[in-house]
Design a protein around this ligand. Structure first.
Ligand SMILES: Nc1ncnc2c1ncn2[C@@H]1O[C@H](COP(=O)(O)OP(=O)(O)O)[C@@H](O)[C@H]1O
Ligand SMILES: [Mg+2]
Length: 256
């Protein structure tokens, strides 16, 4: 399954992405974990070895390499090829731990100039390459879905929009829904996080009738700041998230 995870900052995207990856890894599925959030904390949430993470530079900071890969250089009229061969980049920059392959992409800051810079074209191509590979993949994204071009969006099996029951998180959901539809990503669910009462789940579904609620996660006081693995292995988060994963797979298989 290839899942993009989006939502407002702080709602639990990284927690859910890491948890899903850890569950998939436990099933021997060797997933890709793609960190496409500028905060780049998925590796920590996954409990990757510190020495591996210490050396990681987000791909988005390798601007010259990305631009060169896109066949662009200043003075060439800004022309760049749209299909650079990115297999080598992926092989060079992936890190592996706990049967998970992590690629830290980051986000190219476009300064409001649109998304046609060559660096971004390469990042998008990398993601497209991964999404089209026959391997489970979880992408931890920002709300703006910047990395998803049409070709990639259509190859993603589903978008999980994480929200909490509060208004500001909920307000972001219709925006993400609209952005997703615009790029051809039509299969999506909302996942409520930090939901401890039935009325909160009702409030979520009520406020966003356009996207169905896949399920909810509770509040897990034992979750540590940046190591979901510790929480996942010893808490209810693991069983709750397993149920969500099962439901997601049922939905995806039922739709296929
Ligand atoms: N259900 C939960 N219960 C307790 N703490 C949570 C829960 N979900 C997320 N957190 C904590 O909230 C913070 C933000 O979560 P995170 O997954 O990093 O959000 P995002 O990636 O959307 O910005 C983290 O410290 C995380 O451990
Ligand atoms: Mg995050």
């Amino acid at each position: 399954m290839r899942i993009a995870v989006a939502g407002k900052g702080g709602v639990g995207k990284t927690t859910v992405s890491a948890g899903l990856c850890l569950l998939l890894a436990e099933q021997g599925r060797n997933p890709w974990a793609v960190d496409a959030d500028p905060n780049n904390c998925l590796g920590y949430a996954l409990g990757f070895r510190q020495d591996l993470l210490a050396d990681v530079t987000p791909l988005s900071e390798m601007r010259q390499m990305l631009a060169e890969q896109a066949g662009s250089s200043a003075g060439q009229g800004g022309m760049f090829t749209l299909n650079p061969d990115v297999t080598d980049i992926i092989a060079d920059y992936e890190i592996n731990d706990r049967d998970i392959s992590l690629l830290v992409m980051g986000v190219v800051d476009e300064g409001g100039t649109g998304c046609m810079c060559p660096e971004n074209a390469t990042l998008r191509t990398i993601l497209r390459e991964l999404v089209h590979a026959e391997r489970d993949l979880i992408v931890d994204m920002v709300a703006g879905l910047e990395h998803l071009g049409r070709g990639t969006a259509q190859a993603v099996d589903a978008l999980l929009i994480i929200t909490q029951p509060n208004r500001s998180a909920l307000r972001t959901v219709p925006r993400i829904h609209k952005l997703a539809e615009d790029i051809g990503l039509t299969r999506m669910w909302v996942l409520g996080n930090n939901v401890s009462r039935a009325e909160e789940a009702d409030r979520i579904q009520h406020s966003i009738p356009q996207v169905s609620l896949l399920g909810t996660l509770g509040h897990y006081p034992e979750l540590q700041d940046d190591d979901v693995f510790a929480g996942v292995s010893g808490s209810n988060l693991k069983s709750d998230l397993s149920q969500i994963l099962t439901k997601l797979e049922e939905q995806l298989n039922g739709d296929a």
